[in-house]
Design a protein around this ligand. Sequence first.
Ligand SMILES: [Zn+2]
Length: 359
Amino acid sequence: MTTPAQITIPTEPIGSIPRPHDLIERIAKGDSEDPSLAPLYENAIRDTIERFEATGSPVVTDGEQRKYHNFATYSVHGLPNTAPDGFKIPFSDGHTRRLSRLTRGPFRYRRYADSYLDVAMRYAHVPVKQAVISPSALSLMYPAEKIPDYSRQQFIDDLLREHETEMRRCLKKGAYKVQIDFTEGRLAVKIDPSGHLLNSFIDLNNLALSRFSLEERRRIGVHTCPGNDFDSTHSADVDYAELLPSLFELKAGNFYVALAGERDRRHALRIIRKYRKPDQRVFVGVTAPVDPHIETPEEVRDRVLEASEYIPIEQLGTTDDCGFSPFSDDTSTSRDTAFAKIQARVLGTRLAEKLIGGH
Ligand SMILES: [Zn+2]
């Protein structure tokens, strides 16, 4: 008698966890890099990883506790050749966030994300993934009016080299996955419905991804979402039909696609089924950080079963729709709620595995 092969559906977080209140208050008072904050950061990371592991999550992150002030500008925060009045991201509740603007060349990162990995791996007992910002997001730092003696092409060359360096450092240090945050993909369609901006982003990111081998790309993923800040989004009204066909042109092995918060999940799943490449695994969002309701494991299970009607089980994974606080001062979701949702994701994915695998 043969026993059927056990089916495993991988489940991974996106990245951020709300920071502890004492840390947020101290950062608000002054310099986020003040050395006296080191013990607070260290405690926040240790506590995050402990609580992450307690949920049963087979892969964890450091909760981006040290990514000040957000997922997009951590690598350039504090650079002397930047100004705060860069690209503006408008959210659906009326508030905005801004990227920084490059004022002169050359462009260099101030820090690489593998420095976060160093600390996280000291505490973690399970694999750690690391999120990095996409070249396309940082490309928005170059101003429209151009910088004298530093062309856009020189900037792009420097940007791609810095991004590749960051990716390689994370891969080399043993990141389980390196996830490129590409939230501006869906936003690009909203800004430019012709699709030109989106395609330029895809081309730029593919220039970077082409520098990696097929084997490396199996550990590389891309995250897409409609944004998440103060329980508000920036591009949820953009139809996935305008984004996903281009998204799957990216030369990455894994895609982390927000789905739980979509108005019509089956519409999105039909597009995924049509455009996903055979060697691309799709991690579908089964919990929605913008929604205060804590999903039950049964709700998550049903979402996995629904997705399995469209995506072959060996190419399916689950994730959260987004990080729980991509911007470090976002207190709209509590740490307790974030971990409860993560636990539901883990338990619900296991329930679906049992049903599909018959064990
Ligand atoms: Zn996101």
